[in-house]
Design a protein around this ligand. Structure first.
Ligand SMILES: *Cc1c(COP(=O)(O)O)cnc(C)c1O
Length: 411
C-alpha cells in the first residue's frame, strides 16, 4: 500500500473506492505481496534443493491456494478439509503434507486414500498406522526437538509440555515401531511454533534434526516447519530469512553429503507469506467522547478480527479516508456486545463518522478465524491481482446464518 495523490492505494487501486464498491467491512489481499514473500524465501534458500509448502490455515481462500500452486509451492494442511480444498485448488496429492494433531485415526485413513503425504506426531498413531499399512504408505515423523525449553517462551510448540510432535527422547521407541512394522520413513519434520528471531536458536534445532535424520536410512526430505516472524509495527524485529538461508543452506548441503543423498529442505510458512499482503477495512459508525478517551466504534468486531483480543496482537490502524491532516488519539473498538478493543490510544488523522479505517497485517489468521458471533455476517474478501480487484468471497447473508438451523414445528 502507498500514499499517492492524497489517497491510499493498493497496487494502484484506491482503498476507499474498494470499500465503497465491495462494502464494509472488507478483507483486501494483494497477490503481489504474496509473490514477493514467496520469492524472498525461495531466493534465500536457493543454495539448497528447497521446497515451500504454504501453510494454508493462515488464509484458506481457494484462489490464494491456486496462486501459490502456480508459483510452484506445495501445501501444508492440518485437516482433511484443508486437504480437500487443496486438491480442489489443483495441488498434486504428493505436493500436500498433512500434519494433523489429535485427530481420529479414521480421518487419517481417509486422507491416506487421497494420496497425500502423511505426517505423524504421536507414537500411538504411529503404531496403529504401522499395523495397518506397514511399508505400503511412507510417512513423515514430526519431532519435538525441545529447543531451549523454558529459555525462550516465544517458541511455543517446541517446549517440553507441548502437545505437538514426538519427543526426541522417544526416538528409540519410534525406531522399534518402525522396524517391527517395516515402515518407510521418508521425512522428518519439526515446527517450532512462533516467532523465530534468533538464527542461532534455529540452527541449534537444525543440529538436533540432522542428528535424528542420520538414524533413518530412507529419507527424502527434512521439513523445518515455520515460525517466521513478520513485523507488525515499525521497529519490530522480524526473522532475517536471508541470513538464515545463507547459514542453513550451507549446513544442509554438508549434511546431505554425509547422508549420501540430495535431500529436499522443506519449509511451511503461513504468516510469512500472507500476513503483510492482507488489509482489513471497516467504517466508523460512531465517534464517542467519554470522560477518559475518544472511541471510534466500527461496523465490525472481534467476530471478524480477533487477533488483538485473542493474542494481544498489535495491528497498525490508519484512517484511509483522511490520509493527511491534524491527528488525534482514539481508542478503536468494535460493535460486539462484549469488550472488543482493536487498539488503545492510537494516533490517527482526525476521524469522522463514515470514515474508513484500515488494519495492516490482516492476511494471516484474520478472516480464517472469523465467526458469526452476534449473528453477524462474515466479511467479503477481495484479491488484487495484476492491477485489478476481484471479489473472491461474497459477504454472507441471512440465508448463510440460517442454512443449518432446523426449525422445529413443535415450538
Ligand atoms: C500453523 C502451522 C504452520 C504455519 O505457521 P506460521 O507461523 O503461520 O508460519 C506451519 N506448520 C504447521 C504444522 C502449522 O501448524
Amino acid at each position: 500500500m502507498e500514499l499517492k495523490k492524497n489517497q491510499y492505494v493498493i497496487d494502484g487501486i484506491p482503498v476507499v473506492g474498494l470499500a465503497e464498491k465491495h462494502g464494509s467491512p472488507l478483507y483486501i489481499y494483494e497477490s503481489a505481496g504474496m509473490i514477493r514473500q514467496y520469492k524472498r524465501i525461495t531466493e534465500a534458500f536457493k543454495g539448497s534443493r528447497v521446497k515451500i509448502n504454504y501453510a494454508c490455515k493462515a488464509l484458506t481462500n481457494i484462489n490464494v491456494l491456486k496462486l501459490f500452486r502456480q508459483m510452484g509451492s506445495g501445501l501444508d494442511a492440518v485437516s482433511i478439509q484443508e486437504v480437500t480444498v487443496g486438491l480442489k485448488a489443483g495441488f498434486d496429492p504428493r505436493d500436500i503434507l498433512y500434519t494433523p494433531n489429535c485427530v481420529s485415526f479414521q480421518e487419517i485413513e481417509e486422507v491416506v486414500k487421497m494420496g497425500v503425504r502423511i505426517n505423524i506426531d504421536n507414537i500411538a498413531i504411529l503404531e496403529e498406522f504401522g499395523h495397518k499399512y506397514g511399508a505400503e504408505v511412507p510417512i513423515c515423523i514430526r519431532i519435538n526437538p525441545h529447543i531451549l525449553a523454558g529459555a525462550n517462551h516465544k517458541i511455543s510448540t517446541g517446549h517440553i509440555d507441548s502437545k505437538f510432535g514426538i519427543s526426541i527422547y522417544q526416538m528409540p521407541h519410534v525406531h522399534r515401531v518402525v522396524e517391527t512394522n517395516g515402515m518407510k520413513v521418508e521425512g522428518i519434520h519439526m515446527h517450532s511454533g512462533s516467532d523465530i528471531l534468533d538464527t542461532e536458536v534455529f540452527l541449534q534445532a537444525a543440529e538436533i534434526m540432522f542428528d535424528t535424520a542420520k538414524s533413518f536410512s530412507d529419507l527424502e526430505y527434512v521439513d523445518f516447519g515455520s515460525g517466521f516472524k513478520v513485523a507488525y509495527r515499525v521497529g519490530d524485529v522480524s526473522t532475517d530469512i536471508e541470513s538464515l538461508g545463507e547459514h542453513l543452506s550451507v549446513r544442509f548441503n554438508r549434511f546431505c553429503k554425509e547422508y549420501g543423498k540430495d535431500l529436499t529442505l522443506i519449509f511451511e510458512p503461513g504468516k510469512f507469506l500472507v500476513s503483510e499482503a492482507g488489509y482489513f477495512v471497516a467504517r466508523i459508525n460512531v465517534i464517542k467522547q467519554t470522560t477518559s478517551t475518544v472511541f471510534a466504534g466500527l461496523d465490525t468486531g472481534m467476530n471478524h478480527f480477533i487477533r488483538p483480543m485473542f493474542y494481544d496482537a498489535y495491528h497498525e490502524i490508519l484512517n484511509v479516508s483522511k490520509p493527511e491532516g491534524k491527528t488525534r488519539i482514539y481508542t478503536v473498538v468494535g460493535y460486539i456486545c462484549e469488550t472488543d478493543t482493536f487498539g488503545w490510544n492510537r494516533k490517527m488523522t482526525e476521524a469522522s463518522e463514515g470514515d474508513y479505517l484500515l488494519f495492516k497485517n490482516a492476511g494471516a489468521y484474520c478472516h480464517a478465524m472469523s465467526s458469526n458471533y452476534n449473528s453477524r455476517f462474515r466479511p467479503a474478501e477481495v484479491l488484487i491481482h495484476e492491477g485489478k480487484d476481484y471479489l473472491i468471497r461474497k459477504r454472507e447473508e441471512m440465508d448463510d446464518l440460517l442454512r443449518n438451523q432446523l426449525e422445529l414445528d413443535i415450538l
